[in-house]
Design a protein around this ligand. Structure first.
Ligand SMILES: Cc1ncc(COP(=O)(O)O)c(C=O)c1O
Length: 426
């Protein structure tokens, strides 16, 4: 019997995962926050310690940042109603681009409406058919998706492995342009890109180096200049990408580099040309946050004190926190269901954290992703540790095979691309 053409709506009708998790009482997504206060939030009328944000310096709710956003709105309006290229550029955009370039010691920068678009926009515009994008396997989804849509071919290398990178690079023909791209701080594992090992390999093979500083701005380097600055490798990195959605407390992204690169992107990046410019409120707020970040050194100092306290505290209890070196602390749980249950119990006990499951992490290695802030108090952090310890006992976390066989991490990670043909087998 003819059934007619395929119905694209069918998969939506059949999708049950979220409804099942809700029915079982541990659905962890789209939780509605009534009052964000930085280190704590109010949900359903109850206060929760927030350890699930990327608001590392506590600037998202800073009254000076909020006032700057309001002032920009009063002056320039609620939105720009068009692309930067055409009618959407206001003086504030240009000032922020100059401030970022100056801060990072680059000739120029260009703003994008999200960090996701910055990565996609740059990768699509800069590579051509036959070029190779050498991509750390644990890079963020915006890079992976950017590679998928870019004309250049995605070639993954083993996480933070200069040897694996070398292996890939030496097989490329001379005609292939090469770009090596990696997160400065990896968003799930919290480890830092091994630029001192990776960059010499990239240079030996004439590859352009591109570093995504989303989680390192405001965290590493002088006054929060990021991983490239942390290692003092400015001259060896061609492209720096950053976001405003973490330490700078807002949203949006940018690419910084030499003037020719930025000029090219301004005229060739579809992710910039065919979308509306960042709203004045965002630009005004980010500009103020960037100023505060440079003026108030205590924030980064306190962020690192809190980070060290939590690394030590979780390890003392017996949690596996992987290779993290930063305020992102992944708490290995194991199965996805257990990670959901752990997250839900945390919430009930007054802690807001988020689970991360495949494909954000490897199969069978679901985590509760925690991240810490400059504005967490000792009381907040002690309470968090106390609750984690109590729940690990209650839920038998340490009886999970992941804890019994800590060396079993296998590189089963794939990128869940809709078009896996673009990925060279590793
Ligand atoms: C490493 C990395 N790059 C890029 C992005 C995308 O940034 P945005 O959220 O500003 O679009 C993120 C966001 O989580 C990220 O973690």
């Amino acid at each position: 019997m003819a059934t007619g053409p395929k119905n694209l709506y069918q998969k939506c009708r059949e999708y049950r995962d979220s409804a099942d998790a809700r029915a079982q009482g541990f659905y962890p997504y789209f939780r509605s926050i009534e009052e964000p206060h930085g280190n704590y939030v109010v949900c359903d009328g109850e206060q929760k310690i927030m350890i699930g944000s990327n608001n590392y310096l506590g600037l998202a709710q800073d009254p000076r940042v909020v006032e700057a956003a309001c002032e920009a709105t009063r002056r320039y309006g609620a939105g720009c109603t068009g692309s930067r290229l055409l009618n959407g550029t206001i003086k504030l955009h240009v000032e922020l681009e100059e401030a970022l370039a100056d801060f990072l010691g680059r000739e120029a920068s260009i703003l994008f409406s999200t960090g996701f678009f910055a990565n996609q926009g740059a990768l699509i515009a800069l590579t051509e058919d036959g070029d190779a994008i050498l991509c750390d396997r644990e890079n963020h989804a915006s890079i992976i998706d950017g590679c998928q849509f870019a004309p250049g071919k995605l070639i993954p290398f083993r996480h933070n492995s200069a040897a694996s990178l070398e292996n890939r690079l030496k097989r490329l023909p001379d005609e292939a342009g090469r770009m090596v791209i990696l997160d400065g701080v990896f968003s799930m594992s919290g480890d830092i890109a091994d630029l001192p090992s990776i960059i010499p390999v990239a240079k030996r093979h004439s590859a352009m180096v591109y570093v995504d500083e989303a989680h390192s701005l405001g965290v590493l380097g002088r006054q929060g200049r990021g991983t490239v600055d942390h290692f003092g490798l400015h001259d060896d990195v061609d492209i720096v990408m950053g976001t405003f959605s973490k330490s700078l407390g807002s949203m949006g992204g940018f690419i910084a580099g030499n003037a020719e690169l930025v000029e090219y992107l301004k005229h060739k990046s579809r992710c910039l040309i065919f979308t509306a410019a960042l709203a004045p409120a965002i630009v005004g707020g980010v500009m103020k946050a960037l100023e505060i970040m440079q003026e108030e050194a205590w924030r980064i100092d306190q962020l690192w004190r809190n980070t060290r306290k939590m690394h030590e505290g979780f390890k003392r209890i017996g949690f596996q926190i992987g290779e993290t070196q930063t305020p992102i602390v992944p708490i290995l749980i194991g199965s996805e269901a257990k990670a959901f249950v752990f997250t839900q119990r945390l919430f009930e006990e007054g802690v807001f954290a988020t689970p991360a499951i495949y494909p954000a992490v490897r199969y069978g290695e679901a985590i509760v992703r925690t991240s810490f802030m400059a504005t967490h108090t000792d009381n907040d952090l002690d309470r968090v540790l106390e609750i984690f310890e109590k729940l690990a006992r209650e839920l038998g976390t340490f009886d999970d095979p992941a804890y019994l066989n800590p060396g079993r991490r296998k590189n089963t990670f794939d990128f869940s691309l809709s078009n896996p043909v673009a990925v060279e087998a590793v």
